[in-house]
Design a protein around this ligand. Structure first.
Ligand SMILES: [Fe+2]
Length: 264
């Protein structure tokens, strides 16, 4: 059995710079990290699935690294649309958090005893929506062909609609291309994304697929066609993926840590 923790959309800024003047994303991340470190059974790995920084400055990555380095388990980082590759590489590139990749993209595989983690780089710098170019799709195909071990895929931009129109407009721009690669392999056990700042579960390309909430601000759940995007401070959190015998089970862990009381 393997546990993988996932955080997403931490949007770290410099001290004193609050989102909308009120959301201290660093404080939310710190609480989340303390809660992950206190899990009764430690995850083997934590995946931070993009929008680590809010503006993509080197100093923001330095700040988020200072928080992530408090984790008691290994972690890895991936880019989202708020991130920039060069400063991410500058801060994380010489560490195990960002394994080297041959292309200029920040995507890589991590081998664990019973599964492979494949982290995709869907960043299309300067755009809110995501994209997987032919180089990144070919890399995924080659990695899936290289091992028949169960594979769990992480990508920032969901390839599926979640029903919130403003977010669906900026999802992965070429989901059919990704589905085409996955159709050639039968050992992918699921996909998990970020970007939407909400917990969402669906089935896509015949696979379980989900979206990780932000530890801080969430996107308001409004599925009306003309709904403008807005934020809420309903409880955020993280995901805990449990993989056993190639089967993925995902838990949502929201809000501040409650006190666990023994059930009599
Ligand atoms: Fe985000």
């Amino acid at each position: 059995m393997t546990l993988i923790a996932q955080i997403s959309d931490t949007h770290i800024r410099l001290p004193g710079q609050l989102i909308e003047g009120k959301v201290d994303t660093f404080a939310y991340l710190s609480t989340c990290i303390a809660r992950i470190n206190a899990l009764p059974q430690p995850p083997s790995l934590l995946v931070a699935s993009g929008d680590l920084a809010d503006s993509g400055s080197t100093d923001e990555y330095r700040r988020i690294k200072s928080a992530l380095d408090r984790l008691t388990m290994p972690y890895c980082v991936m880019p989202g649309n708020h991130d920039l590759r060069a400063p991410m590489r500058e801060i994380f590139g010489a560490t195990p958090a960002l394994p080297a990749s041959e292309s200029g993209h920040l995507q890589y595989a991590i081998d664990l005893p019973e599964l492979r983690i494949l982290c995709l780089d869907t960043l299309d710098e300067g755009k809110e929506g995501g994209w997987l170019c032919i180089d990144r799709l070919d890399w995924l195909h080659d990695e899936l062909a290289a091992s028949s071990k169960p594979a769990l895929i992480f990508l920032h931009h969901p390839p599926f609609d979640c029903g919130i129109p403003g977010m669906d407009a900026v999802k992965l721009g070429n989901p059919d291309a990704l589905a085409g690669v996955l159709a050639e392999h039968d050992h992918v056990i699921g996909l998990s994304c970020g970007h939407v700042h909400r917990s969402v579960f669906t089935q896509w390309a015949g696979l379980p697929a989900c979206i990780c909430p932000s530890p801080a601000h969430q996107i308001h759940l409004d599925t009306n066609n003309d709904a403008p995007l807005s934020w809420t401070l309903e409880a955020g959190g993280f995901l805990l993926h449990r993989i056993e015998n190639g089967v993925l089970t995902t838990h949502v862990v929201n809000g501040p840590a409650p006190v666990a009381t023994k059930y009599d």
